[in-house]
Design a protein around this ligand. Sequence first.
Ligand code: AVJ
Length: 338
Amino acid sequence: MEPVIDPSLAELDESAITIDSYLDEGQERSLADDVLDGLTKPFKELPPKHFYDARGAELFDRICELPEYYPTRTERSILQDHAEQLAGATGAAELVELGSGTAAKTRVLLDALHGAGTLRRYIPVDVTEQMVRSCAEELTAEYPGLRVHGVIGDFERHLDRVPAPEGPRLVVFLGGTIGNFPPGSRRRFLRKIARLLGTEDHLLMGTDLVKDPEVLTQAYDDAEGVTAEFNRNLLMVLNRELQADFDPEDFEHIALFDREHEWIEMRLRARRAHTTTVADLGLSVRFEQGEEMRTEISAKFTRDRVRDDLAAAGLELSSWLTDPDELFALSLSRPASL
Ligand code: AVJ
């Protein structure tokens, strides 16, 4: 008799979890390059992507619970209110998440897609391998039949590693992280995301909205000082990873709303004139008293701004979901019909 391979059994044999890692020396180089560039500019700046070491991730989780920091809970409530609608509108068989973290908010969507019976695969893209692994284990146990294909990498550099689509796809980019990109690279990044999408696929993106500057600045300068600690922790990352000798206490946390650009800026302001060395880079850096170094921009959006940025990436807004106070928005978009 011919050996018969039942394809459905072959399916079962496959492990539900696949993890591909693209982190290499390249990752450390990216920190070194960013720091070398950023600290030698006439106006010093460090990119926000390096905030999230273990301590930074923990501080960020605490920020998300702060009374002043409304984005996380507001986005979650918008998701809860519209998850079924989103599941219906996308019919997604796979969910690709950029910067998945603990996937806490994503569960709302996974629930809805699982409930609608369309969900087959979850593809988290994140730099933190441990988080992706434990989340993959939990999710495959929670949703029978779900496969998780984790991509460990930097979503700015490794989007082309996202596996080929197997069905209608929903890419999600939550939290308002798109706001970390200045306008030009924001559109460039959206164009890269658009390349992950076929004609029947969708992007769901979270954006914080323009509002009373007082509300905005408090969200980035909380009374408890958690955000200040989060900001200064960046210096600890440089101390550890690049043998720098920053004293975080030499810097004051600043959060301000730039009304012209409509973005929040976080900065670290030197309390005294001093020189720091970054041994791994053979670099010594002078700070004047009061000198400010930019560590993050967090752009705030209007519906028109989101629509125009999406359009520049060849995407067309199909729904705009917001909370009753219009603090935060989720936009669902798809490749524009030609
Ligand atoms: C994770 C980038 C969306 O910009 O609000 C929170 C990061 N920085 N508090 C944001 C952050 C200070 C956050 N994002």
